[in-house]
Design a protein. Structure first.
Length: 568
């Protein structure tokens, strides 16, 4: 019998298509929810389809495919889905650079090309579970989640300062402002504008987030410490300082050292604080306005830098220290941010290094109220920030500062001057979810009760789609457009409702990334997170899109899933 010669070379054009076709015909990559096998969820990070596929993408997704194949050989029913993180400025900017191609066309064309290249690699994705975040069948769930937040009081509108590019007419993230100029237009100075924004009230979950870190016993210790420090839980007091000459006006501050209240010798407002204009006297108005205009151009990172010399200007106004009745001057300084705390601080230079440097520079009084044990009462050469004995503090003299903390807070509450409070540094600024880009999910909050119900615990039965501005080819970002666009007519209404053109931050559509068309959590797939539920603070509702049912406990799936470090 004559034997055929062995193939001496590997010809991928012949071998790969043959086996890829075989895998497709056999449905090797399809995951069955009804399979009796143990289930394994292999999720990789979805890419931005704003450009061509790179070697980095290939490396990342091959790693995920290797794991999926190994788990299949080990007897698992593997769900290996794929999708496209297709919203955001990268896609919009890439389209604009190519002669005004519409972002939708550019993005969807890239997806077709990217997908064909992934298939050429032979990666076994379950394409029946493919999701594309810029299509209505996906982002309707993002809109539904937004309505759920809104219905439970966790989404609200408020004025907030933003970085504004006057050329693109869009809001910029802090990272997109370089030396005070737009990252896309180095010759254009970024403006600070106060715009109404949508916010998520993330502070309501700060304590739960902190407590649940204890459940992550398999996480590296240093990561949990970093998370704890980022949350930055602190206990202190909120205190109201009356504004002299303005009856009924008060400046609320938050302090972690109520035991030092008697040492407050001046107050500082953030340049953006709403009371700046009111408390500034005519004599100081020009200087204050110039200082505020300059400060608003600076980045928050620069303003908070410890290496930078602190600056400020007096307003000419005064506040009343509520614990001793003394008048103290009100200043404006850029090292105080309106988005941190209350946007105002009481300055205790004797016991705060930053305030000490500021007081020394501008000749402001320094009053010691905490004395270190054994101290001889000499003039302070630097701020003393440690514990000690309360002095120059009226009826609290002689108390150790730890005991004085509680006594002062109790006294403030009894007098109606303040209250005990808990703050979270990392969650101090409620998360802004508003964008000014058309390449992101619409903020679906309308005046129609059918479009914006207060109770949205059920998944949407009517697709929410289409009511958002879309830029035509060649149209500049921010070109004049009707601020309200009609959405599709809803049952029970005689005409189309009006939906605002405000859009959500491009990061928001990544919430339900784990398969818009799949029922992964219901079917019992192991997931990366410790539970499949995103529940409200009362823990009565499971609000995950694929698991929207009332529940009194978490769904409790295991944590064996793998995801790549980076797929973008």
């Amino acid at each position: 019998m004559e034997l055929k010669p062995r193939r001496s070379t590997y010809v991928p054009q012949e071998i790969e298509p043959k086996w890829q076709k075989t895998w497709v015909e056999r449905g090797v990559m399809k995951a069955s929810d009804k399979s009796p096998k143990p289930k394994y969820y292999d999720l990789v990070m979805y890419p931005y389809p704003s450009g061509d596929m790179t070697v980095g993408h290939a490396r990342n997704y091959v790693m995920g495919d290797v794991l999926a194949r190994m788990k299949r050989m080990q007897g698992f029913e593997v769900m290996h889905p794929f999708g496209w993180d297709a919203f955001g400025l990268p896609a919009e900017n890439a389209a604009m650079k190519r002669g005004g191609v519409h972002p939708k066309k550019w993005t969807l064309d890239n997806i077709v090309k990217f997908k064909s290249e992934l298939k050429m690699l032979g990666i076994l994705y379950d394409w029946d579970r493919e999701v594309t975040s810029c299509l209505p069948d996906y982002y309707k769930w993002t809109e539904w989640l937004f309505l759920l937040f809104y219905g439970r009081g966790l989404a609200y509108r408020a004025m907030a300062p933003v970085n504004w590019c006057p050329v693109d007419k869009t809001v910029l993230a802090n990272e997109q402002v370089i030396n005070g100029r737009c990252w896309r237009h180095p010759d254009v100075e970024v403006e600070k504008r106060d715009l109404e924004q949508w916010f998520f009230k993330i502070t309501d979950y700060a304590e739960r987030l902190l407590n649940d870190l204890e459940r992550l016993d398999k996480w590296p210790h240093k990561v949990r410490v970093m998370q704890t420090n980022w949350i930055g839980r602190s206990e202190g007091a909120e205190v109201d300082f009356p504004v002299d000459g303005h009856e009924g006006e008060t400046i609320r501050i938050y302090t972690t050292r109520p035991d030092t209240l008697f040492g407050a010798t001046f107050m500082v407002l953030a340049p953006e604080h709403p009371l700046v204009e009111k408390v500034t006297t005519d004599e100081h108005r020009a200087a204050v306005q110039q200082y505020v205009a300059t400060a608003r151009k600076e980045s928050e990172i620069d303003r908070l830098s410890t290496e930078r010399e602190k600056t400020g200007v007096p307003t000419g106004g005064f506040a009343i220290n509520p614990v001793n009745g003394e008048k103290i001057p009100i200043w404006v300084a850029d090292y105080v941010l309106v988005t941190y705390g209350t946007g105002a601080i009481m300055a205790v230079p004797a016991h705060d290094e930053r305030d000490f440097a500021f007081a020394k520079k501008y000749g402001l009084p320094i009053q010691e109220v905490i004395a270190a044990e054994g101290a001889e009462g000499d003039d302070l050469r630097e701020a003393y920030v440690g514990p000690g004995v309360m002095v120059n503090s009226g009826q609290f003299d002689g108390l150790d500062s730890t005991t004085g903390f509680g006594r002062v807070v109790t006294w403030l509450e009894a007098k109606g001057l303040g209250k005990q409070s808990v703050k979270y540094r990392g969650a101090a600024r409620f998360r802004s979810c508003t964008a000014r880009s058309t390449a992101s999910c619409p903020c679906r909050q309308t005046s129609c009760p059918l479009c914006c119900p207060r109770n949205t615990s059920r998944s949407p039965t009517i697709p929410i789609s289409g009511a958002r501005p879309v830029r035509s080819a060649g149209e500049r970002r921010g070109a004049r457009r009707t601020p309200w666009t009609p959405s599709s007519t809803r049952p029970g209404t005689s005409s189309a409702t009006l939906a605002p053109t405000t859009t959500m931050s491009p990061s928001i559509p990544s919430w339900p990334t784990t398969g818009c068309r799949s029922t992964s959590t219901r079917a019992g797939w192991s997931t990366r997170s410790s539970t499949c539920c995103t529940r409200d603070s009362s823990r009565r509702f499971c609000t995950t899109r694929a698991c929207s049912r009332r529940t009194s406990r978490s769904c409790g799936f295991s944590t064996r899933a793998w995801s790549s470090a980076s797929g973008r």
